[in-house]
Ligand binder design. Sequence first.
Ligand code: PEP
Ligand code: MG
Length: 907
Amino acid sequence: MPNKKRNIYFFGNGKADGSSRMRDLLGGKGAGLHEMTRIGIPVPPGFTISTALCGYYDTHHHRFPKELQKDVVLALARVEKILDRRFGDAENPLLVSVRSGARESMPGMMDTVLNLGLNDRTVQGLIRQTNNPRFAFDSYRRFVQMYADVVLGIKSKDQNDADPLESIFEHKKHVRGARFDTDLTAADLEELVAEYKAEIKTRLGKAFPEDPSTQLWGAIGAVFGSWNNDRAIAYRELYQIPHNWGTAVNVQAMVFGNLGDNCATGVAFTRDPATGDRRFYGEFLVNAQGEDVVAGTRTPRPLAELQHVIPRVAKELQRVCKLLEKHYREMQDIEFTIENGKLWMLQTRSGKRTGFAAVRIAVDMVEERIISKREALLRIEPDQLNQLLRPVFDQSAKEKAQKEGRLLGKGLPAGPGAATGRIVFLAEDAVDWKKRGERVVLCRIETSPDDIRGMDAAQGILTARGGMTSHAALVARQMGKVCVAGCEVLHVDYAARTLRVDQAELKEGEWISIDGSTGEVYRGEIPTLPSEVLRVLLTRALDPEKSRIFQQFAKLMKWADEVRTLGVRTNADQPDQAAIAKAFGSEGIGLCRTEHMFFQGERIQAVREMILADDETGRRRALAKLLPMQKEDFKGILEIMGSLPVTIRTLDPPLHEFLPKHDDEIVELAQVMGVAVEVLRDKVNVLQEFNPMLGHRGCRLGISFPEITEMQAQAIFEAACELRREGKNPFPEVMIPLVGSRPELHEQKAIVERIARETQKSYGVKVRYSIGTMIELPRACMVADEIAEEAEFFSFGTNDLTQTCLGLSRDDAGKFLPSYVLQGILPEDPFVSIDRDGVGALMRIAITKGRKIRKKLEIGICGEHGGDPRSVAFCHDIGLDYVSCSPYRVPIARLAAAQAALRSKTP
Ligand code: PEP
Ligand code: MG
């Protein structure tokens, strides 16, 4: 067992202090290096400085504990011994890489320094070791450039500004007439090192550190420090990675993929990360360093070609990949380097993948008997299922675009799906334009970690350079964004804000369409079609036999349904929404907000007439107009849902939501109602409330105006009775909103029961129904036992319960809530994920009290939280019967419910 206080963990020569079980301390990269070393895979020796030191460094004014110095010296000595080289030795130098590696991978967000240990003396040793002065000076040049950027902070000011040392490099190439980096000679590169150092001295007023030990400590500090750079923070916020985890630092002997033509570097996935296809998949560059592949500055070659270049190593790589997948029982994303015909593994981790690939790989691995169904279900992020439901381009519209000559080119299909939007070139613009309600496609030469927020804001990402494993591709896949990478025919000009393909020029703001499944890029907008899953389930335009995606989705959902105990319903107000939800497996409607129907067509006039009427007679006149419309709506929904429960809520929102806002609307309404405009205007003013959310709404409306509840109950029961007469078996559940006391529910229930009795009698049929309440006020939770005397079911309205429990306005919190979350005052937005300690505690009280009175009381949730996987897990844990969410989240909730059931069974 490793000592808990240990700072450093060594690996090399088949022995490792750590293992894959120590991700928290060693980070993902470190844990992978230790594990690979253990199982006999060739890994250059090195050591990992634990993540615990990251926090220490941050809180101790960028200092390290004293003993670390000694630990590093000892660990370095072990590496030196294995390789028979010495750090800082002029004859036979050891060079190292210094890399970050957090518990969760954060691709490219933190810093790395390569070739560390080079100076004017050791470079001579490197020449002797390799017999290759050009290589030695190229490594030296790269090192100084990287160190200057990462450790000394010499960088471009913004996206439009050139990197200072890169400019010197480009200038040198220009002066020498060099087209490629490789055209520069050893002497050119040696000069460049001197020029870089001079520039550094001018800018910083002090010389570049020649002492390898100083270099090493500088790099270790910078890599720890990069945990808190802006892009890493932004990334963690996006993916809810705790800020206190910290990164580990891996110091490892360098191996070189750029020593000549029997050298290469690359990345590989044991399965296709975009589609999940079972094929060994990756990219490599001959005579290059790892950063060249990931940075997207050179477009690499497909891995299948490696067998033509270095056949023996290609075979060995296949063997290692198979071994790793088998060992980890998971798709692996690996980095490797081939140095003079010898394969070295530099990283292995479970590979990021699209939602399509996640489902495919999980289902395939079950069928290949690699994992169990349980593991398959637990491996998929429920939200990833979204991608399978997203639209794709309409094939005929795409063919038409092609015929019209709008196909601009083809890149790599890096993130599947269809995206159409306006062109923007800068990440900040993507964010701003999205705020203005525009759909945008972020078009870049290549993306960098700084673009993360822009990538998130865009519909899709298009890059001119970079491969399937470039930053853009990697991050897009993880975000589930549509992405076409490496579309080399594009010439992007950031300054002019244009994108050119041959003669065609597209400006910022013009429409572009990208197909992340085929790599095609089209000028203009292309309409989209529902996804394969929707075409099978909903439009039935696709034969399930013909859609592999559907079949795998269906299998996974079946497995989920086998284990989940929590029901999944939907929030739907219209028959078409109900139909979608049912196709997705909804087991009923958990919330039908009747008022949503009030906004359609002419109805709003009748609603306003009702609200503004002087007396009951006037109100009843207006309600009579609404009755047939509501009845039609209810009938449509009840019919689609068959015998499944349909929870219909009586009128709830504050009345101001229906009032005319503009004078011309008041004039029009006055005419309809036959009253003077002035009179009506006064009435509208009188009805204004200071705090409508706590005002005349919910059951308070039905109590003030019982005829509203009457009309709604009548519409519900007439619809149900008609269906019953047609031989159907509808099951309406009438739900009273915003109840805070038993008498409120008692009053409303009496009305509904009376109407139910009368309507059934007049139709001569019996209908199955129940009457219950929403629980969305703290008081309702506290007196839930009393309320349960009346209610046959509870449904938590966690939108209002969050609002009232936290005293946080649903409508106004957006102004300050994000900063609360950013500052860590609240761990997350309580309107997105249930605040377990506050709202959750109230829910528990309500459940206990409610079920004390009615043992079998049915309890669900219909607030927005019903579609949030973490809240779904909470609902499972506290013993709800079902969650209800929007139609497109039904599959997500089904999977989340299955995961909750599986996790709660875990000892
Ligand atoms: C709720 O408050 O959670 C709820 C579902 O009702 P509404 O959002 O309509 O207020
Ligand atoms: Mg509510």
